[in-house]
Design a protein around this ligand. Structure first.
Ligand SMILES: [Zn+2]
Length: 111
């Protein structure tokens, strides 16, 4: 049986860069991780217009723009140390803590 859950190394409040798709080259802060979709919502990126039906939960109809999820395969973590989009590595510190590391510069991403 295949699990629908994906291992998402990106976390909320990470800064990521979009590396594919229409928002390619832009970066922003992760608002939300959606593990079941293997996707992230990034602040002010990938806006999608959504039509609201009158009488819906918001009471009025119209169009709102809202961040749409971007698949994690289209984003990479932006390393705060070397300022490059990078794949995420893992490292166990001497005290046993697991941290994510930048594959480019090798610096720990988590403090
Ligand atoms: Zn780095």
């Amino acid at each position: 049986m295949r699990s629908a859950m994906h291992k998402v190394a990106i976390k909320k409040n990470d800064t990521v860069m979009v590396v594919a798709g229409k928002e390619r080259g832009k970066s922003g802060k992760v608002l939300k991780v959606l593990p079941e979709k293997a996707a992230v919502l990034i602040e002010r990126l990938n806006f999608a217009k959504r039509h609201l039906r009158a009488g819906g939960p918001h009471g009025k109809g119209g169009i709102v723009e809202k961040e749409a999820p971007i698949h994690i395969s289209n984003v990479q973590l932006l390393c705060s140390k070397c300022n490059l989009p990078t794949r995420i590595g893992k490292k166990v510190l001497e005290d046993g803590r697991k941290v994510r590391i930048c594959r480019k510069c090798g610096e720990a991403i988590d403090e």
